[in-house]
Design a protein around this ligand. Sequence first.
Ligand SMILES: NC(=O)c1ccc[n+]([C@@H]2O[C@H](COP(=O)([O-])OP(=O)(O)OC[C@H]3O[C@@H](n4cnc5c(N)ncnc54)[C@H](OP(=O)(O)O)[C@@H]3O)[C@@H](O)[C@H]2O)c1
Length: 254
Amino acid sequence: MSDARELADDDLLAPQGRVVLISGASRGIGAAIARRLHADGYTLSLGARDPTAAAKALGAHDPARVMTARFDALDAGSARRWVADTAARFGRIDALINNAGILRMVRFDGDGDGDEVAMNEMWNVNVIAPFRLLRLALPHLRKAGHGRIVNIASTDAKRFRDSTSSIGYVITKHAVLVLSHAAKFAGWDDGVRVTALCPGAVETELIAGLAGATPPAGRMKPSTIAHTVSFLLTLPDNASVAELPMNTRLESTL
Ligand SMILES: NC(=O)c1ccc[n+]([C@@H]2O[C@H](COP(=O)([O-])OP(=O)(O)OC[C@H]3O[C@@H](n4cnc5c(N)ncnc54)[C@H](OP(=O)(O)O)[C@@H]3O)[C@@H](O)[C@H]2O)c1
């Protein structure tokens, strides 16, 4: 395996030999990121509730550069085993893509008890699970030399759009933004760089039929997000992109 500290042309980081964890790689944005990074030449560890679905979504691949593992955001043990098994199999971890996430509609005038259940579920999947993976991966990312973290946040991490938004989802995505900045401080001295990627509407099942979302024709494709993650992973330590909003529509500060 080549050393990740080797630099490609123009000081960009080369994919070869770098091991990337991707959560929620079974479909949607996570699956698109996995396909793109595999094509780039990265070594991948795909975490999914159904690892077979992640392998299937990836399609034809080099088995020497891919492992799949069971990862359930609501099961702390599955996160511990995924990270430990990845380090054991490949000997290093160079990047973590915190992608797995859910959206449940929560409003002030909804069903009170049901809304609190949905709030807790989103909090656990969208915030606690990425926090847990960060804690588990950071020691490995620090050792790697140029560790990278990309947290898939949302434009909902940057503002409260309007009353059609899910209050609970917006709260959790704002928390992902703070988590990203905290991780940036935690890893900075060891060359770890962190990006909160903040896309607007992306055409996946997450926002199917969602009122207030950009209509389907105007949505980004998952491959656009994958392309952006691929780009971010090549940037050297002195080109930190802490937040990257990507919007489908015109808004005053996004
Ligand atoms: N689509 C958008 O417009 C948009 C915009 C901005 C940000 N995002 C964010 O992008 C990320 C990916 O969303 P997506 O649009 O690709 O959604 P998606 O198509 O619904 O896929 C969600 C992914 O998260 C996984 N997941 C859900 N609950 C999980 C759990 N308990 N444990 C492990 N994995 C779990 C799913 O796995 P299963 O197959 O097992 O369910 C699936 O792989 C999310 O964080 C989302 O908030 C999406």
